[in-house]
Design a protein around this ligand. Structure first.
Ligand SMILES: Nc1ncnc2c1ncn2[C@@H]1O[C@H](COP(=O)(O)OP(=O)(O)OP(=O)(O)O)[C@@H](O)[C@H]1O
Length: 264
């Protein structure tokens, strides 16, 4: 099985401003990789660069063992989908029409809308709990429901690799758990590879098979086991003092911030 995504000495950013510095990493196949780090540390820039939405300044990104920059656009879109932090909603678009946009790499002049496209859209609506809203205009939905539409669109693309930038933004606790569980099911039962940025450290520690800690544009730790996370690493990454306790059910760590200077 080839490595879905990897970087070698990757440097990336905006014009002359370098944000990502010399990052070498591998994304494991059919697992969930979660990128964590402070605001402005470069998580989104890294994810965008993996998705080829940001130019590489130096170094390389490899998609399934081949140089990403050499792959054709449509070919990349069949292998890898990307959910941005926020996107403008097209005017008057319905939920099912937005989700159907996820099918774009599979369409061509010769190959128009098919039963397979219809099934992919319905399945994506089903798993995100949106069937009842399929004919509603997206603009009339709540922030959380809209977010589920975007996730459904990403799922409808039916790619083996999914990159998601903070997919649980706006979601209440139930849908945060539901969406992260759904993404976990995709890796465990449907052979998908998921890479996402997540702000909630406890969800990250629970759901990640691999954790990437980003600080000042560098990946300062790549953990294959959440139990290798330490309060020292969290303090280095976020500048916050914490202690870790073990969840008695999952045996995974839970991060508890030190609420006052008295806690040492
Ligand atoms: N389009 C852009 N043009 C120029 N600079 C940008 C752009 N997007 C981000 N940056 C800069 O790159 C740096 C990293 O930003 P990035 O969005 O990657 O961080 P992040 O870790 O995802 O932050 P957050 O947690 O707040 O979403 C910041 O200094 C930011 O100002």
């Amino acid at each position: 099985m080839s490595v879905p995504l990897a970087t070698e000495h990757l440097c990336a950013g905006y014009d002359k401003h370098q944000v990502i510095h010399d990052v070498t990493l591998t994304i494991p196949a059919q697992k969930t990789t979660i990128i964590v780090g402070a605001n402005g540390s470069g998580k989104s820039t890294l994810l965008h660069t993996l998705a080829r939405l940001n130019p590489i300044q130096s170094g390389k990104v490899f998609l399934e063992g081949t140089d990403l920059s050499q792959r054709k656009r449509r070919d990349v879109a069949k292998r890898m989908s990307f959910l941005a932090q926020s996107s403008p909603i097209p005017d008057n678009i319905s939920v099912s029409a937005l989700v159907a946009r996820g099918r774009y790499p599979w369409q061509s002049l010769l190959y128009q809308w098919s039963q397979q496209d219809e099934n992919a859209v319905n399945e994506a609506l089903q798993v995100t709990g949106l069937i009842a809203f399929k004919d509603h205009p997206v603009a009339t939905l709540s922030g959380g429901q809209r977010q589920r539409c975007w996730i459904a669109m990403t799922l409808a693309q039916q790619t083996p690799i999914l990159l998601l930038d903070e997919p649980t933004t706006y979601l209440d606790l139930r849908y945060q758990v539901d969406i992260l569980t759904l993404l976990q099911t995709l890796t465990q039962q449907h052979n998908k590879t998921v890479v996402m940025v997540l702000h909630d450290l406890n969800f990250a520690l629970h759901f990640a098979d691999k954790l990437l800690f980003v600080k000042d544009g560098k990946v300062i730790a790549q953990l294959d086991d959440a139990n290798d996370c330490s309060a020292a690493l969290i303090e280095e990454t976020f500048g916050v003092r914490t202690h870790l306790v073990t969840d008695p059910h999952t045996h995974k760590p839970i991060v508890v911030p030190h609420w006052s200077a008295d806690e040492s």
